[in-house]
Design a protein around this ligand. Sequence first.
Ligand code: GDP
Ligand code: MN
Length: 382
Amino acid sequence: MKLFEYEGRELFMRYGIVVPRGMTVTDADEAAQAVKLLGGAGVIKAQTLSGSRGKAGVVRMVHGADEARAAARALLSMTIAGCGVEKLLVEELLDIEQEAYLSLMVDRSIPGIRCIASALGGEDIERIALRSPSPVHSVALERGDGPEWEACSSMLDNALGPEMARKALSMAGCLYRLCIENDCLLAEINPLARTHDGSVVAADAKVTADDNALWRHEKLREFRDREETGADEAAARAAGLSFVALEGTIGCIVNGAGLAMATMDTIKLMGGEPANFLDVGGSSNPDKIMAALQILLRTTRIRVILINIFGGITRCDDIAEGILMARRRLAMTVPMVIRLIGTNEEAGRALLEGEGLKIVTDMTEAVNEAVVADRRFSGDMR
Ligand code: GDP
Ligand code: MN
């Protein structure tokens, strides 16, 4: 999970990393007020998860409340990479003399944490790294038995010069604790800004947390829930389903992530487009199927629902009961194609056939039926 800059900045502050004074706002008047509080000049930054905001023109330097209001209004009306801008970060305007780069990231080839630094920050670090000789320096900070600060210190000396290296080393220490304690894959400061009065400040914060470890970090889960835009994703999570909305018209309910992926691949192979990824998980009770159908039925572009269950721990009769419960309680106008095999297959089949539903046993056949039903709907019978 990528954090927004204002969230990364909040973590930075908690770990003792110096950041510019600032605050988040959600409207133009608040932005104007913030700039006043910051002494009349500031930087207004759109909070988006896409990088290179500087180049995209969504980091604006402003002088005075009127400029702040106008810039904020413009940024809040923008759509960036398909997402609206909901928050702005307003920070004091730094008098930057040098833009450097400092980051810690998980490097699977070590395997451990790598520390990367460059005296040339600000622009795309990937592009800077390609220059010869590369001004980007790095060191394996950790090989499993704790951080090697001496090696890191001399790398920073080479990359940034002794004076800045001293401050960067202490920041790297803070980033290290941040990464370890929050299971982060990346914590990046770009630019690491040196101002005319000699202070060194984290003028941007880019943090990526490991999704698999979110369960043990309440603060990060708060960030995730704030960031949540899809109501369906939130509903799915609450029901214990793993769900990702996609763009197609064939709704999928599958047990097991691997089978769900294979189902989406097969749909594509046959010329259809899946509307979603949905894994109901292992021991699925009827309520989960009901919740899954409820979510898919809300999605108006879905023309057919493909249920693909390979019962192991999952019992086919539980699945069948969920389907029947949904049929009784929800207005189901969308056709369903059901493939059901494995544990308690006979019982599940009997339940569904008793209600006039047809069951398919072969996966390819089921996907094909769904794709045909989808095409029939669109009048596109190729
Ligand atoms: P990114 O492009 O999405 O990484 O956004 P950044 O937060 O890194 O900002 C982009 C650029 O804006 C930086 O590289 C700086 O050149 C500039 N910038 C940001 N804050 C300040 C500031 O307080 N003072 C000055 N002079 N420049 C700033
Ligand atoms: Mn940046």
